[in-house]
Structure formats: C-alpha cells, structure tokens
Design a protein around this ligand. Structure first.
Ligand code: TXA
Ligand code: MG
Length: 347
C-alpha cells in the first residue's frame, strides 16, 4: 500500500509508524512555513493547522472551514515554554499568577487541556476574533508534537471539519470534509481521546470552564482551587465575539436529527422503526436489540465512550439514517463533556 495519496490537490501522508516519519513531518512543516494548511492528528480530534503568527495563513483556515470570523482559534505550542511567545502572563489579573499557569501546565500538558490567557501583540487579531485573549494548548500526540517542533512556530488549529459539522477523529473524516480545500493531511489513524479539549478561562475571576472535556473541573480545582462551572451556559449575543464559540448551541452536529432519550432509547427506536424511519441507535450492552435499527453498543466507561462518539456519529451519517436516538448517559462528572456534546448535536 502506498504511503502517499493525493485527492484533488490534498496530499494524504501516512505517519502512523511508532516514530513519526521525519521526512513527512518536514514536508508538512515546509507547507506551514509557506502559509499553507496541514491537518494533523492530536489526541482529541484532528486539527487544521496554520502558522498562528501569519494572518493570511490563518485566514485560509476560516475559508476552508467556512468558519464565522467571530470564532477564535486555539493556538498549539510544542511545549509550555513556547507559551510565553503568544501569551502575556504578566497581564494576568490577581489573584491569578504565572505560577497557576506553571502548575496547570505541569499537571495537564501535553494533553486535552486549553488555557485562555491575555494575548501578546504578535498574535494576529484574526486568531482571537479581535479579542484580547488567546487560547493555548500543548497537544499530547507524537505527530502533533513532532510537527510543532519541526515548524518552530505556534500553530493555530481548530478541529479539521467544515464549520457546524462533526469533528474528525480519523484522516478519512478530514478528507471527506476538507479534501481539495487544504494542502495536506497527516494520517496517524484514529485519535484516542475523541472529544475536544477542556477550555479553561484564566482571565475571569474565578476561572471558568468554557468548554467541558476529559480534564474535569475537580482535577483543575485540585491544582488551582475553586473555579466556576458554567458548562451548560450558552454564548451571549450572536455576532459579538463570543466568550467561547464552542458554546454555540448548534455545533458538533451529525446530518441526521439526533434525539437524547431519557432512558435506554429502546421504546423510541421501536416506535420510529415501526413508522418506517431509518434509525441509528447508541445504547448499552444489556439492552435488547430492535430489528431494523442501526445499533451501536456504546462503552459504559466515559473515556472509552468519548473515544468512540464522533466515529459512531460519522458512521451513522454515512449509513444515511434519518434519526439518531441516544440512550441517556449516566450522571457523574466524567460524563459531563459527553452530555455537553450530545446536547449540542441534538439542537
Ligand atoms: O481538542 C481541541 O481543542 C481541538 C484540537 C484540534 O486541538 N481543537 C478545537 O478547536 O476544538 P476549535 O477551534 O474547534 O475550538 C476552539 C474552542 C472554541 O470553543 C472557542 O470558543 C475556544 O476554543 N476559544 C478559542 N480561542 C478562544 C479565546 N481567545 N477565548 C475564549 N475561547 C476561545
Ligand atoms: Mg470545532
């Protein structure tokens, strides 16, 4: 099998080996240095990268995704040291201090955790949607880290999907959404965490979770003390720079209409199948089957569920179902991020 495929001008390179192929990584870095777009794997979802310090390059991300200009983008760095090239820790307001950042970085980076901090002037307005803060994370994926080291500039990288569509957890998902619109995709197989990073705003007092993820509020509080937990709040006035556009109600949505059941979903699935609908169903192992439904038995562990969620929703879109019924996830902090993504997918 060839390691190289070109699909209407998007080059797909296999970098799934144990050690990221240095030649492939160099090629990708060269494209990025010239202002191009490269999709790359992170541990959460595939990101669509551009040089974060090059406004024209970042503009291409917005074009390729069809992303509204009011939506700021996360900046990825190779390590916590590079953070200060884009964030001004001296501008943090008391009681927050650079020491908080240091401790959070030591605990959660590289990993699925993003910090919103005061920005430096070098970061173009297009990255931050004109705002005075910048979101930064060090991703926990060997290919992402190799690419960041090789290119040696911070990379602006939102999820590598068309705006309002499902985030990609495989290179194939990226290709379907953005093939022909971007220069290269680095393919390292399915991502392991499956849902986007936790976003913590350190510029508000108390610090606030803008988007829940697999790093939980309790884990953050163990490092910096009490934070606000507003994960259910939706963004304010549309058109303004939203505090966190990931909080737009409709986001992460499959094409089929998705309903969250208040039980295992079985009776609703039976009803819909009975009325002739093609139904996708996310449910649990112990629940009896319904003939005719496209069933996905989901893991009862939140981390494993998160890793599978988007891939399953992509599959159901491919299967062309009309409806997706999702069994209600359990309570508990580790399920918050999953409940959040499911609520957005249904609206
Ligand atoms: O896991 C992830 O975070 C993935 C991978 C690729 O790293 N990236 C990702 O990026 O999900 P994106 O652009 O799809 O989501 C960015 C999130 C949005 O919810 C946005 O509101 C928030 O980060 N964000 C970015 N910059 C911000 C800022 N300056 N202030 C507040 N929120 C910001
Ligand atoms: Mg996204």
């Amino acid at each position: 099998m060839s390691r190289f495929r070109a699909v209407s001008q998007t080059i797909l390179l296999d970098v799934s080996g144990a050690i990221p192929d240095p030649i492939a990584v160099q090629q990708a870095a060269e494209i990025l240095r010239r202002g191009g777009l490269v999709a790359f794997p992170t541990e959460t979802v595939y990101g669509l990268g551009a040089n974060a310090l090059d406004a024209a390059a970042v503009g291409r991300i917005f074009e390729a995704k069809g992303r509204p200009a009011t939506n700021p983008i996360i900046v990825h760095t190779a390590d916590a040291g590079q953070l200060t090239s884009v964030a001004d820790l001296g501008a943090l307001m008391r009681p927050r201090s650079p020491d908080d950042v240091k401790r959070l970085a030591e605990r959660f980076w590289p990993g699925p955790f993003t910090l919103v901090l005061p920005k430096r002037d070098v970061v173009p307005d297009i990255v931050t949607a004109g705002g005075s803060t910048v979101a930064v994370r060090v991703p926990g994926h060997p290919v992402a880290l190799a690419l960041l080291k090789s290119v040696d500039v911070p990379l602006a990288a939102p999820s590598a999907n068309r705006s309002m569509e499902l985030s990609p957890t495989t290179a194939e998902h990226v290709l379907r959404g953005l093939g022909g619109r971007i220069d290269m995709i680095l393919d390292a197989g399915p991502t392991t965490s499956g849902i986007e990073s936790t976003v913590l705003d350190l510029t508000s007092d108390p610090p606030r979770i803008l988007r829940p993820g697999l790093v939980t509020a309790a884990e953050i509080e163990a490092v910096i003390g009490p934070i606000a937990r507003s994960e259910h709040a939706l963004a304010g006035a549309s058109g303004s720079v939203q505090k966190s556009p990931g909080m737009m109600a409709k986001h992460y949505a499959p094409r089929a209409h998705l309903e969250l059941a208040n039980d295992d979903g079985r009776s609703r699935v039976e009803e819909l199948v009975g009325s002739g609908k093609r139904v996708g169903w996310l449910t649990w192992l112990h629940v009896a089957d319904v003939a005719g439904a496209v069933r996905h038995t989901m893991p009862s562990n939140a981390v494993e569920y998160a890793a599978r969620l988007y891939a399953v929703l992509h599959d159901l879109d491919d299967a062309g179902v009309d409806r997706i019924i999702v069994a209600l996830p359990p309570d508990g902090e580790e399920w918050l991020a999953i409940g959040d993504r499911l609520r957005r997918a249904k609206s």
